[in-house]
Design a protein around this ligand. Structure first.
Ligand code: SAM
Length: 210
């Protein structure tokens, strides 16, 4: 928004816009949370300790397609792009159009695709972008507060879309998310990252067979 456009807005709106601009991605994330607390599920983006630890188990040399659910303002996007091979693709899926619009405006990388949709539709989304399977899927979704039936549907679609040898990477503030992974992923590694607000649980569900 230009300063002339900003000056035409009512005072309260102008103050909100100024605060949001000053806070950068944190402001966009906070606004997303205020508008839809149940779907966003967190007031602060993940810490760099969470990001580095979560991504440390990925075999990047053999990653062609990396999918992320619930990217928010893109806390994980640049770290994933920094590690992804040149011919790889990162597809991020978020139900919040405000976050998708923000990501499209701020990330310019030909390997990056931002989709406004639900993680439950991951198989169609992956096929629409020329892939049969994903190597890795990362989720920051608030599993325990999603509408009834959505979390189990996302977990089974995710298992189907991941290739043999790939993994489902999940981080969450509540231990519940593991119970959605367990019916599908027989081998699950876990950890807790204390340097995050709040500290978070992490799981890596490995797909050992089709
Ligand atoms: C806790 S925020 C994730 C924050 C971000 N990944 C980070 O690490 O800072 C959860 C995100 O999940 C999104 N979301 C909620 N339900 C979804 C669904 N069914 N499919 C895709 N995204 C969803 C929300 O819009 C929000 O952006």
């Amino acid at each position: 928004m230009t300063s002339t456009e900003l000056a035409r807005q009512p005072l309260a709106h102008r103050i909100r816009q100024k605060i949001k601009q000053g806070m950068g991605p944190w402001g966009v994330f906070l606004e997303g949370f205020i508008r839809n607390p149940v779907m966003v599920g967190s007031i602060v983006p993940s810490s760099r300790f969470t990001i580095n630890r979560m991504l440390s188990k990925v075999d990047w040399a053999n990653t062609k397609l990396f999918v992320e659910y619930g990217p928010g303002v893109g806390t994980f996007c640049q770290p994933v792009l920094d590690r992804l091979p040149r011919d790889g693709m990162l597809i991020v899926i978020d139900t919040n159009p405000m976050f998708i619009d923000y990501l499209r405006r701020t990330i310019s990388d030909s390997r990056f695709v931002a989709v406004n949709g639900s993680a439950a539709d991951v198989e169609e989304i992956v096929r629409a972008h020329g892939h049969e399977k994903a190597d890795y899927v990362l989720s920051g979704l608030p599993f325990s507060t999603l509408p009834k039936g959505v979390a189990p549907a996302i977990a089974s679609a995710t298992y189907r879309v991941i290739r043999k040898g790939g993994a489902f990477l999940v981080y969450q503030f509540r231990p519940k998310a593991r119970s959605y992974m367990a019916p599908h992923f027989k081998r699950i590694d876990d950890a807790i990252e204390p340097i995050n607000v709040p500290p978070c649980f992490m799981w890596w569900g490995w797909k050992d067979e089709d």
